[in-house]
Design a protein. Structure first.
Length: 109
């Protein structure tokens, strides 16, 4: 089962993210609580949080990790915040299955 930070949506799957820009290494981290009860997937990117560089790095990382076209990853909310809501556009069932496989593999590592 996928963590609560992944939610089915009309056009695909919505994802709540906490961005950690300026990291030493780019990676998808653990699910964390934002302190207000919202669970978020922590994403580390090396890009700085300026001029949309961190947002582009997030899209690139998710695209590569999950084999989703960059054009199918849309930041819905939080472009200038560390807390973001992202839409993965596509068939909900297919995306959920794909993400479930990734999540199970990530949990083993």
């Amino acid at each position: 089962m996928l963590p609560i930070c992944f939610q089915p949506a009309m056009d695909g799957v919505e994802l709540y993210v906490y961005c950690a820009p300026g990291a030493a290494k780019e990676k998808i981290g653990d699910v964390v609580d934002d302190g207000q009860g919202q669970m978020e997937l922590k994403i580390y990117v090396t890009a700085p949080p300026e001029d949309g560089k961190a947002n582009k790095a997030i899209v690139k990382l998710l695209s590569k990790q999950w084999d989703i076209a960059k054009s199918k990853i849309q930041i819905l909310r939080g472009e200038s915040s560390r807390h973001k809501k992202i839409l993965l556009i596509g068939d909900v069932g297919q995306l959920q299955n794909q993400l479930q496989i990734w999540y199970q593999q990530a949990a083993r590592n």
